[in-house]
Design a protein around this ligand. Sequence first.
Ligand SMILES: Nc1nc2c(c(=O)[nH]1)N[C@H]1C(S)=C(S)[C@@H](COP(=O)(O)O)O[C@H]1N2
Ligand SMILES: [Mo]
Length: 318
Amino acid sequence: MFYIRNHFPYPVVDIRTWELSIEGCVNRRIKFQYHDLLQMPQVSLPVTLECVGNKRALFHPKVRGEQWELGAISHAVWTGVRLMDLLYSAGIQMHAREVIFEGMDKGGRTDRPGVFSYARSLPLDQSLNPHTLVALYMYGKPLPFRHGYPARLIVPGWFGMASVKWLHRLVVTEEPFQGPFQVVDYVYNRNPLVPSESPEPVTTIRLDSTIARPTDQEALAKGDHWVVGTAISGEDPVVLVEISTDNGTTWLPVSWLDPQEPYSWRRWCWKWTVTSSGTYDVKVRATDAAGHIQPERADWNEKGYGYNAIQHIRVYVD
Ligand SMILES: Nc1nc2c(c(=O)[nH]1)N[C@H]1C(S)=C(S)[C@@H](COP(=O)(O)O)O[C@H]1N2
Ligand SMILES: [Mo]
């Protein structure tokens, strides 16, 4: 039960010949084989991945792209080597600014000719963050092929596009990377009529909360119901989630099912005792440690990224 999002058909991977190479602004080019990585010190970290297109279907006006509803977010414990350890063994040169991560999958695009690999870059500071992993295991088992076997990047706190799957090449560079998945996709373009010269890149996960149950338009019987869901933020931790069953007039705090952990969603529950029948407009909103609260309306952008408006569902009690 983990969402899957791919830009291209699956690549062909032969573990006997697979290598992870590091080149560019490094003192020595290195190639790691799979068993080299398995023998290095391993780190485990629970990290929730969220596609920045999660909830795209909720934008008004609608935007092109996969019409994700609430499901493009999942959680796992990832185990692998620190990216930092790999970069240090290659030796980073003084003038290095970014690291480009290339996946083995490639294909065409509708907006320009040519064949492109799925490739993204990260600033050097984020690449050297001890929590940025080259993951080899998911929940203690070798990465499933669909999730990037043999190795994928895990960039905690960032939207999913940063966590490149089927990793095979790292290039340390001094120039900002200009690949299409860096500068055409995964930028917030708020006015498609006036393309910005330096649009804001998509980076960390936005503050958001979601009701998993009940679902929108569900019919319930009178009595007790558990409203359950999740909340997440890639920056300041979520400190409060509140529910309203009267369309946002009054709000009540939920109870936590998970502790606060830096890169994980926090599941919550709220016991709802319904005594009278009727139509209920149920809302959920999260607040983070810096006092930010989710917006009433989502920040519309051309590609439908980062939807995080206060969720509103309607349920009927018979
Ligand atoms: N090589 C490669 N890595 C990739 C992608 C891809 O298409 N190819 N998609 C990215 C996007 S947009 C997301 S949201 C996550 C999804 O990871 P998952 O399929 O394991 O859930 O992978 C990212 N890494
Ligand atoms: Mo994504």
